[in-house]
Design a protein around this ligand. Structure first.
Ligand code: NOJ
Length: 751
């Protein structure tokens, strides 16, 4: 057992808190496999079910919202369906009492009494809203991300829920795509580590525990590859790119025991994901051994008609179910058409049985048969939601999610006791947008705005002057003069600008990713006052801010930080917290460079001064801010990069150590990053690939040796024959503070 666990021992930062590492190991689950007892119970139940009841288990519905009662109600039609056992799941019904009403009909008034499973989008918190996933990814702290998911699960289960449609593990390399906000960014390894952490957090250790919810890795697959960043657009990629870039975080989620996946809206090279036998059956079930179920995305089975791969509703239903979509979200095609398709021989009952088995397994594992009302206790709701402890944790995680992009002349941290501070910008006194998209039951009234955070962050003698300056996205400049006036009366100015929360998330792609409205003009006007300016960005994607990057001395990327936004920003700006966040995604200089990501390939004509090389005439190939970039109020120096051997066999581990020293005057936390490059392969390889990272704390003057163990699988690639192997030859290994600021050495893998 211990030996088996060793396999999962991915990194060992010598001085890291041993306990946290140990905990990660203990909860590092394996592909979820229900025990024999559950399998027996599933089989016996299946044997009792009619074809209609089986199809009912594959049918997920939403319920009618009654605006007068302000709750979901059971319509007479749905009441009938429930009594006949024709609904297996609901989404978007929230509340201990409401879910109990629905559950009672399913359990007590249907023939077999099979419990419903209630799902909801608990993406970055239920009521205690944490930073958006792109924000928490900036912490590079999977242990904290796991804890946030645990809190979210605990809160969600007080409201009758059993299942979250999270984590979104789509790799996103095009910042025009609004859903970049919902995932962990552009990198395969970071994304995979975060996927595992989120699954562990949501699902806990014991599935039947009252605070466990089933996780759902979505959107399977390659949704982030949408052409031109336009949501729902086609994805045309090679199998190699699919396997190397888009699938690994899903595989990681499956390996961590995720119980469900959601099929994506997009097509992959001509075959819609929701009718894609290759990804859902060949890869997911046959290669990876996944035992849980796949739910379609909202209406995605119906959308097979729009994709043009099905002539009618029956064909769409048959294609999706046969390919491996077990449960259909909301459009009811399965319910209406699958029984007929069985009669006409278009689908075998055995296919339906297999899907029902997968759904029932999850219901059994969650303990729903023993306790269908497991999450219907209203007394938990008031006690376990938005507790002081959760808020304190949200503040800490929000602090870790902030990325200090620039700090020229060390103008940050600001003095807490400065005489007058101007706070300007449409996002400064704003309590709605910090919630970000998909904010579940988050409420504006729970959010600490930047202005409030600053008021409690500065000394009692500091005067804070505030002006909105402008709206986020209009052309109105009438408040510029007032903003300039207060800026000139102050010792420093903090400008809080960005996007509103609806500008990222689903169906929120932008063709231009600069600061919307007249915010850029406002910044220029305030900058012209000559006062020290700090830019606080609030947004759900990388933005193009070339002028600001050049002229504004200090810039913080804060994403949307959730309920504790203002406090966390104040903590960092006034130096109570030393920033440690690192970008999980590249910031381009302009939108024409997109997609731009760090693990690019060299091409046959790498950029140089020569004319006929791969570059633009009007912008460098380099990003504005690179993947992994993020400053601290102190400085870290890297040295002594050593390997335990210079040549190794293909099946051997390699131990890489480097010394990191805090050469500044303050204590700080550094995210140490390890990248590799396979120099020559049977196919081309990226210039750098992240393979390990570790967060370490260093006091001023302190040095630590960080040790990473690279395993053979870290060097693997899909070779020219699409076999996953380690190819012999030379590799570079880089260790550093970002993807572009590293020290390097080489090793060789023998035959
Ligand atoms: C559509 C979104 O794509 C998906 O992420 C979400 O989980 C479902 N709707 C359910 O709300």
């Amino acid at each position: 057992m211990i030996l088996m666990k060793r396999k999962y021992f991915h990194f060992r930062a010598v001085y890291m808190i041993a306990l946290s590492v140990a905990l990660t190991l203990i909860v590092n689950a394996q592909v979820w496999k229900p025990d024999a007892n559950i399998e027996r119970r599933v089989d016996s139940l299946l044997a009792l079910m009619t074809l209609e009841e089986k199809i009912g288990q594959l049918n997920q519905m939403d319920a009618r919202w009654d605006p007068e009662q302000r709750r979901n109600v059971i319509t007479p039609e749905q009441g009938e369906l429930l009594k006949k056992g024709l609904i297996g799941s609901y989404l978007n019904i929230i509340g201990a009492e409401v879910t109990k009403d629905f559950q009672r009909v399913a359990v007590e008034e249907s023939r077999l009494g099979i419990p419903l499973i209630f799902g909801y989008d608990v993406i970055h918190g239920y009521r205690t809203i944490f930073p958006i996933p792109l924000g928490t990814a900036s912490s590079w702290n999977p242990i904290a991300i796991e804890s946030a998911a645990r809190i979210a699960a605990t809160e969600a289960t007080t409201a009758g829920l059993h299942w979250t449609f999270a984590p979104m593990v789509d790799i996103a390399r095009d910042p025009r795509w609004g859903r970049v906000a919902e995932g962990a960014g552009e990198d395969v390894y970071l994304g995979s580590e975060i996927a595992k952490a989120a699954v562990r957090g949501f699902q806990g250790k014991i599935f039947s525990d009252l605070t466990t919810i089933a996780a759902c890795a979505k959107h399977y697959a390659a949704y982030g590859g949408a052409l031109a960043g336009r949501d729902y657009n086609i994805v045309d990629i090679s199998e190699r790119t699919l396997r190397e870039t888009y699938l690994p975080p899903f595989k990681a989620a499956v390996d961590a025991g995720v119980m469900t996946l959601m099929s994506a809206f997009n097509e992959i090279s001509g075959v819609p994901a929701t009718a894609n036998n290759f990804i859902m059956t060949d890869v997911l079930r046959n290669e990876w051994g996944f035992n849980g179920f796949v739910v379609s995305d909202h209406s995605a089975v119906m959308e097979l008609l729009h994709h043009g791969v099905a002539t009618d509703t029956a064909e769409a239903a048959v294609k999706a179910l046969s390919a491996g979509v077990d449960m259909e979200m909301v459009t009811g095609f399965y319910l209406k058409k699958i029984a007929g398709a069985v009669k006409s021989g278009k689908i075998q009952v055995s296919v339906i049985d297999e899907s029902v088995r997968r759904v029932l397994r999850v219901k059994f594992a969650l303990g729903l048969f023993e306790n269908p009302y497991r999450n219907c206790d209203p007394s938990r709701e008031s006690k376990e939601i938005l507790t002081q402890k959760s808020r304190a944790f949200a503040r800490e995680l929000a602090g870790q999610s902030i990325v200090l992009l620039k700090n020229e002349g060390n103008i940050l941290p600001l003095k807490k006791d400065m005489k007058t501070l101007a706070v300007i910008g449409p996002l400064a006194d704003n309590t709605m947008d910090p919630l970000g998209s998909w904010s579940a039951q988050g409420r504006a009234e729970d959010v600490v705005s930047v202005l409030q955070g600053f008021k409690s962050g500065v000394s009692s003698s500091t005067k804070i002057l505030y002006s909105k300056g402008c709206e986020i996205a209009t052309s109105d400049t009438s408040s510029f003069a007032e903003a300039e006036r207060i800026a000139s009366q102050s010792d420093a100015v903090v400008l809080v600008v960005g996007e509103n929360r609806d500008m990222s998330g689903e169906a929120a792609s932008r063709s231009m990713i600069d600061l919307p409205g007249v915010q850029h003009d406002l910044i220029k006007r305030i900058h012209a006052t000559g006062k020290p300016v700090v830019l606080v960005l609030m947004n759900g994607r990388p933005l193009t801010i070339p002028w600001e990057a050049e002229h504004v001395p200090a810039i913080l990327e804060t994403w949307y930080l959730g309920v504790e936004a203002g406090n966390a920003i104040a903590d960092v700006l006034f130096g109570t917290v030393n920033p440690s966040g690192k970008l999980p995604v590249t910031f381009p200089r302009n939108v024409g460079q997109v997609p731009l990501y760090y693990d690019f390939k060299n091409t046959g004509r790498p950029p140089s001064q020569e004319k006929y090389t791969s570059k633009y005439l009007d912008v460098p190939n380099t990003p504005q801010f690179a993947f992994g970039h993020g400053l601290s109020y102190t400085k870290f120096e890297y040295s002594k990069l050593t390997l335990n051997k210079k040549t190794m066999k293909r099946n051997e581990p390699l131990i890489v150590t480097a010394q990191v020293k805090n050469v500044g005057t303050r204590a700080g936390t550094e995210v140490v990053q390890l990248y590799i490059r396979d120099l020559v392969g049977s196919v081309t390889r990226p210039m750098k690939q992240l393979k390990r990272f570790a967060r370490i704390d260093l006091k001023s003057g302190e040095s630590k040796t960080v040790e990473f163990t690279l395993l053979p699988e870290d060097l693997m690639m899909y070779d020219i024959d699409m076999k996953r192997i380690v190819e012999p030859g030379k590799f570079k290994v880089f260790v550093g503070t970002s993807s572009v600021d590293v020290i390097e050495t080489e090793f060789e893998v023998g035959r």
